[in-house]
Design a protein around this ligand. Structure first.
Ligand SMILES: [Zn+2]
Length: 497
């Protein structure tokens, strides 16, 4: 019996080794064909398009596109670290969706689309971190280096003449690369955690490989690199790059180092106990729950409160809920109003559902929320709702809904035809003559007006006029407020229009 057990165990061990060996030999053959082993660093550049995650015009639709006029990637595998320098321009006419980023007083850019001029977005990815390693492994040579480093977990499967090599990392991620008959990496994918979209598919497609001479130590016969790179997240493109130049073992890439870790000194970390929310009064019973944009806005009724916007994620939502309960302990939160589905505005709504608080959103969001946001698995980094599931209580608005307790009214209106987001809601307090808006107007203090009014702001004013709302002050979910005259002027109206 003992002997029998030994034989079975040995056979099991052997078959495991054979599988591991097989994956290793596939990775090795690809590394030889692509010149990965002698590659200490690489720099490549090109042009194309990039897309802004989380900012789709349609719920669940493609991410908004920007044209890339410069894209230079430098990978230094020795650290490992990646540096990406890019310049994008906002040349979609009309722009659809978000992606302007916060207004930057130094450059006079951002806040609202269309964004004038060059938008510079440089980024260093420290591949010694979990997310950084995954980002590097999603590149063709990075995948082969990752598979070699994690060879103990590597497995190979064959599908339609292609070998698919998978390895696991950090105890929870599976990274899979597809290697074609020429031993070239043509596709890599994995799932990463995104607090809004859950376990999220990220993938890269690599094609049109060419040969580049390499001069570094152990360079061998040169390096193969794809001239076409298409990256996707949640099935929609995030980068479509046509590569123009490739320098294997580039001295410039070898100089790229990771940023020193942030903070570290006493008091450098986030404040203990999570975000510190402060209440800033807008009007009687109306408050910004302030912690960096976008904000949550509290509207107090006689025996309950309604919150507008649940940005960011669990930590922010729970801190906001705690502060509201501290301020108004006898007034339960009856609703969380969500203006639209962009991740910066809706990233925290799952925490409200985990607290049993119903969500009000436009009906355009229903399918996306029911089929994706509240259905996607969150196994990689379970949030509060994943740890203690509760049903989604979603009430949708079509054109208009009025929340009232007889003393105060809060009107929710659909902003018809706004290109920023399908189903964009604005909130109106008729007694206070206050309008709360998200992403249809952004103040640009101290800089010249946009070359032409943003179509998003024009649309905001058109909707106010269509609905005959008597507005004195416009409150911005991204912070601050302005007299209606300022917003009308930004929409290109004269004071009498
Ligand atoms: Zn938005």
């Amino acid at each position: 019996m003992k002997r029998m057990f030994f034989v079975i165990a040995a056979a099991a061990l052997m078959s495991f080794n054979l599988v591991a060996q097989d994956a290793a030999s596939v990775v090795d053959a690809a590394a030889k064909a692509m010149g990965t082993a002698g590659l200490q660093s690489i720099q490549y550049s090109g042009t194309g398009t990039m897309n802004q995650l989380g900012q789709a015009a349609q719920p669940g639709g493609p991410w908004p596109r920007f044209r890339l006029t410069k894209y230079v990637a430098s990978h230094n595998y020795a650290v490992p670290v990646m540096r990406i320098e890019l310049v994008r321009i906002d040349n979609e006419r009309p722009p659809r969706g978000g992606g302007a980023g916060p207004f930057n007083p130094q450059t006079g850019q951002g806040g609202i689309r269309p964004i004038p001029g060059d938008i510079i977005q440089n980024q260093t990815v420290d591949a010694r971190t979990e997310n950084g390693a995954l980002t590097l492994w999603l590149t063709p040579h990075g995948f082969l280096k990752g598979a070699a480093a994690n060879s103990a977990t590597a497995k190979v499967a064959t599908s339609r003449g292609r070998r698919m090599v998978s390895f696991s990392a950090f105890g929870k991620y599976t990274v899979t690369g597809t290697i074609n008959a020429d031993n070239l990496v043509e596709h890599v994918e994995t799932r990463i955690d995104n607090n809004f979209t859950g376990d999220t598919l990220v993938e890269g497609d690599y094609s049109d490989y060419r040969d580049f001479p390499s001069t570094g130590p152990g360079a061998g016969n040169g390096v193969k690199f794809p001239m076409k790179i298409v990256m996707k997240q949640s099935g929609h493109p995030t980068l479509d790059l046509t590569v123009a130049e490739v320098t294997p073992n580039s001295p410039a890439a070898q100089q790229v180092q990771a940023n020193p870790p942030r903070g570290g000194g006493p008091g450098a970390g986030p404040a203990a106990g999570g975000p510190q929310i402060t209440a800033d009064k807008i009007a009687d019973g109306v408050w910004f729950m302030t912690f960096g944009a976008p904000q949550t806005i509290l509207v107090e009724f006689s025996d309950h409160v309604v919150l507008i916007e649940g940005p960011t994620g669990d930590e922010r939502s729970m801190a906001t809920i705690a502060e509201v309960r501290r301020m108004l302990p006898n007034k339960p939160i009856r609703y969380l109003v969500n203006t639209h589905h962009h991740s910066d505005h809706a990233g925290g709504i799952r925490a409200y559902v985990a607290e049993g608080i119903p969500i009000i959103a436009h009906e355009a969001q229903r399918r996306y929320y029911e089929q994706q946001i509240f259905r996607n698995p969150h196994t990689l980094n379970p949030d509060r709702l994943a740890r203690a599931p509760k049903p989604l209580l979603l009430e949708t608005v079509r054109d208009r809904r009025v929340l009232t307790d007889g003393t105060r009214s809060l009107e929710l209106h659909h902003m018809r035809g706004n290109f920023h987001s399908d189903g964009l809601l604005m909130a109106y307090l008729p007694a206070e003559k206050i309008l709360v808006q998200a992403d249809a107007f952004a103040p640009r203090p101290g800089v010249p007006p946009l070359p032409a009014p943003s179509p998003y702001t024009i649309n905001l004013v058109e909707n106010i006029d269509r609905l005959k709302l008597d507005v004195e002050r416009v409150v911005h979910v991204h912070g601050g407020s302005d007299p209606i005259a300022t917003v009308r002027a930004a929409a290109g109206r004269t004071p009498t229009e």
